[in-house]
Design a protein around this ligand. Structure first.
Ligand SMILES: Cc1cc2nc3c(=O)[nH]c(=O)nc-3n(C[C@H](O)[C@H](O)[C@H](O)COP(=O)(O)OP(=O)(O)OC[C@H]3O[C@@H](n4cnc5c(N)ncnc54)[C@H](O)[C@@H]3O)c2cc1C
Length: 301
């Protein structure tokens, strides 16, 4: 690390760690090392980081690591994780819920019944954090983030905060487009008044559906590929005979073949190679190019 990089890190209040194994921060359980990891204490600390950061020092925002395939060479520069208590705050007013970016979505399982706020149950079953919902316009049970988002608060890489309206994210199916340097600080979501019993019933039904139809308790990152218009990715994978393909410990789930699984000690390289093989085979068989839903980041080893 260069001397000026070290000096500016010393002035921050949040925890700084060097050489952390990123496999401990991802659901797939793969990833090389993070050169530097920074856990900002609060918004002011994060802003100070950006105001003093050497321009050529790269950074990456890590949420819950549930949609990431981090390559075996790890991530250069600073991995920022917003998981201190400050970034897990929330505030409920009438039918609006503001959640800070580091709040785990799973916390909504308690917050929603406590505040008798319905309509947002689907988000509670998506692994990861509030900030991580934006990139892929995450959704399930026929709803997406864009259906319930009222506004967002972001920080740019100059350390300035501003409020953003949903149209500025250009949302579409499992996708959004926004400035690369925006860091989501908080989202305000619109729910609807409901009863504790109704909310718990919906949460239970959704949890049961996931348990029955999807992959639970294994190292995975959820849907591997987006559904191409008019098709289901899992059907294309199965029809191309890819559902039983393996590369090392990388395989597809027997329960749902659009879920990739690390069956033990797979490397990121194994998982990515398997995904790329599937893309090629499905393309050869159907002419359709599957698009990765899982995001691949970091350096190859
Ligand atoms: C078992 C399982 C089931 C899943 N089911 C679903 C599902 O039903 N629907 C669905 O849509 N997805 C699903 N997923 C995928 C994943 O949970 C979602 O994409 C989730 O929203 C990712 O959030 P995260 O916090 O884990 O983000 P990460 O995986 O850590 O990051 C994803 C992206 O978001 C960016 N990011 C994270 N936080 C911020 C921030 N504060 N500011 C700016 N950028 C940020 C990261 O840089 C990265 O580009 C599933 C995953 C698993 C493992």
């Amino acid at each position: 690390m260069k001397k000026n990089e070290f000096t500016f890190l010393k002035n921050l209040q949040g925890k700084i760690l060097f050489g952390q194994d990123l496999k401990n921060y991802t659901w797939l359980g793969v990833g090389g090392k993070a050169e530097i990891m920074f856990f900002p204490k609060d918004e002011k600390d994060l802003s100070l980081f950006f105001k003093n950061k050497p321009a050529d020092l790269p950074y990456f925002i890590l949420g819950g690591g549930s949609n990431l395939l981090i390559r075996d060479g790890g991530i250069k520069g600073v991995v920022i994780k917003l998981n201190t208590p400050y970034f897990k705050q929330f505030n409920c007013k009438n039918d609006e819920l503001t959640c800070f970016a580091g709040l785990p979505n799973a916390n909504l399982k308690k917050i929603l019944p406590d505040y008798e706020l319905g309509g947002l149950e689907f988000l509670a079953s998506i692994p990861g954090t509030i900030g991580g919902l934006v990139k892929t316009n995450a959704g399930c049970f026929s709803k997406s983030l864009s259906d319930v988002l009222l506004k967002a608060c972001i920080m740019d890489s100059a350390g300035r905060t501003k409020e953003i309206t949903p149209d500025e994210f250009h949302f579409s199916y499992r996708s959004s487009t926004f400035d690369k340097d925006w860091i989501i600080l908080a989202l305000t979501l619109k729910g609807q008044k409901s009863t504790k019993e109704e909310i718990i019933k919906t949460l239970d039904e959704q949890a049961l559906y996931r348990k029955t139809h999807q992959v639970v308790g294994q190292k995975t990152a959820g849907s591997l590929f987006k559904n191409p218009q008019g098709h289901r990715a899992w059907e294309l994978i199965k029809n191309a005979g890819c559902d039983t393909l393996t590369v090392g410990d990388a395989k597809l789930s027997e329960k749902h073949c659009n879920f990739m699984v690390n069956n033990g000690h797979a490397k990121a390289k194994d998982l990515e190679t398997l995904g790329n093989q599937i893309v090629r085979r499905v393309k050869d068989k159907t002419g359709i190019t599957l698009e990765w839903e899982v995001e691949r980041v970091g350096l190859e080893k």
